[in-house]
Design a binder for this molecule. Structure first.
Ligand code: URA
Length: 433
């Protein structure tokens, strides 16, 4: 069938066959399908949707567009973790050392900041010397030595996704449950783990703003995992406000270290405990009752902090930051943002604060931008807290004041004060197993 006929088939609301989907993905990978035809099919998928079967085929074809990491020569059960992206989401940096300290191997390929959301790689690179560009062999070597390793996506994994993602970004075709599911799972399955825990974010700061959409994405991600023989669970979590009290890069690393010392903010600590416990259960090393005490024990004993030290050192970073976070880059200036009225902090809108942090230099506006690892935001009050007029709600941290006014305006717009205590959504909104 000509590719024009494949586009027309989806445009008219029909299901694509396995052959149609293979033709699409092979054509994308070999750069034989021009961008205008690929974009037309993507838009038809956004508007017409895909059945679960079509999405399984799409994921499988994208997975097989590149290499799949073979971790079979590394002893132990390997459990991956992925978040669909949020603001202040530093969970992986805390969770990987905890799971490793409990005997689970954590192979983690992470991303950079995307839009208003932060990226684990950018945060880790705030640590002087830390390398995220290891080869697959080096990745495996660190995994063998420390039980966890966090690197960037290798170019040989799911190359079809790289081309499709870049096209989707500029053709308004990102928000589609089947396209997001195939994109995420083709990369995660290529990582070669035996099981996978997914944090599907929902709310102002997430891709999925509404709970039914987040739940549909979670169900599809889990179904794709099961269909590929990888035990997969998804936890749907609230991303209305940033997670923890730090947004940026170095400030988030400091918060990770504090959390591993048992002094982290309650929401981050609670989420890490939930997700790490699910990883331990999926590994088969712990049952439902034993997982959470093991996670808490790894924090209380310092074993998880020791793993972070080992991971930083194995990846070329200055491990002294773990005991002396003052060695991390710091912003020279601070500007407080105050409560405009007294009452209760009702909203601290995550997407606006993510954009404010970018304006301060903590994220990229363009691919080629350099990140200022010291810039970011420190949050003094969280939603639900009582406030008096003039109280500091947050502080903007910066070295370069070019984006300061924009950041201050975004931060001001992110804050809403109410006269009564606001209704609060729980941190964990649901789970799909
Ligand atoms: N993250 C991905 O990897 N892909 C998407 O499509 C959306 C979020």
């Amino acid at each position: 069938m000509s590719f024009v006929d494949v586009i027309a088939k989806k445009r008219d609301g029909h299901a694509l066959s396995r052959g149609d989907i293979d033709q699409f993905v092979q054509g994308i990978t070999a750069a034989q399908i021009p961008d205008y035809q690929a974009s037309a099919l993507l838009m038809a998928i956004v508007l017409r949707g895909m059945s679960d079967q079509e999405t399984f085929w799409l994921t499988d074809a994208m997975l097989h567009s590149g290499e799949r990491v073979d971790l079979s020569d590394i002893p132990g059960i390997k459990v991956g973790k992925h978040s669909t992206g949020g603001v202040g989401d530093k969970v992986s940096i805390v969770l990987a050392p905890i799971a490793a300290a409990c005997g689970v191997v954590v192979p983690k390929m992470s991303g950079r900041g995307l839009g208003h959301t932060g990226g684990t790689l950018d945060k880790l690179e705030a640590i002087p010397g830390f390398r995220t560009d290891l080869s697959i062999e080096q990745f495996k070597d660190v995994l063998r030595r420390t039980g966890a390793c966090i690197i960037g996506q290798s170019a040989s994994l799911a190359p079809a996704d790289k081309r499709l993602y870049a096209l989707r970004d500029v053709t308004a075709t990102v928000p589609s449950v089947p396209l997001i599911a195939a994109s995420v799972m083709s990369k995660k399955l290529a990582e070669g783990g035996n099981a996978l825990v997914l944090d599907v974010k929902c709310g102002h700061g997430a891709f999925m703003k509404a709970e039914p959409d987040a739940a549909a994405l979670a169900r599809l991600l889990v179904a794709i995992g099961a269909n590929s023989g990888v035990r997969t669970e998804a936890v749907i979590t609230n991303m209305d406000a940033p997670l923890g009290r730090a947004v940026g890069n170095a400030v988030e690393v400091v918060e990770c270290i504090e959390t591993l010392k048992g002094d982290g903010p309650p929401d981050l600590t609670a989420l890490v405990i939930v997700l790490a416990s699910r990883m331990l259960v999926l590994s088969g090393r712990f049952d439902e009752r034993g997982a959470e005490p093991a996670v808490r024990g790894a924090i209380a004993s310092g074993a998880a902090l020791d793993r972070l030290r080992a991971l930083v050192e194995a990846q070329g970073g200055d491990a002294r930051v773990v005991d002396d976070p003052g060695r991390l880059p710091r912003a020279a200036h601070r500007r407080p943002v105050a409560a405009p009225a007294g009452g209760y902090l009702a909203t601290l809108q995550a997407d606006l604060l993510g954009r404010a942090s970018m304006a301060l230099g903590a994220g990229r506006q363009r691919i080629e931008d350099r990140i200022d690892h010291g810039a970011g935001i420190l949050i003094a009050r969280k939603p639900g807290d009582p406030v008096r007029e003039g109280d500091t709600i947050l502080e903007l941290l910066y070295n370069d004041d070019r984006g300061l006014d924009e950041a201050a305006a975004l931060a001001g717009a992110a804050i809403r004060i109410a006269a009564e205590p606001p209704p609060m959504r729980p941190l964990v909104l649901g789970r799909v197993a």
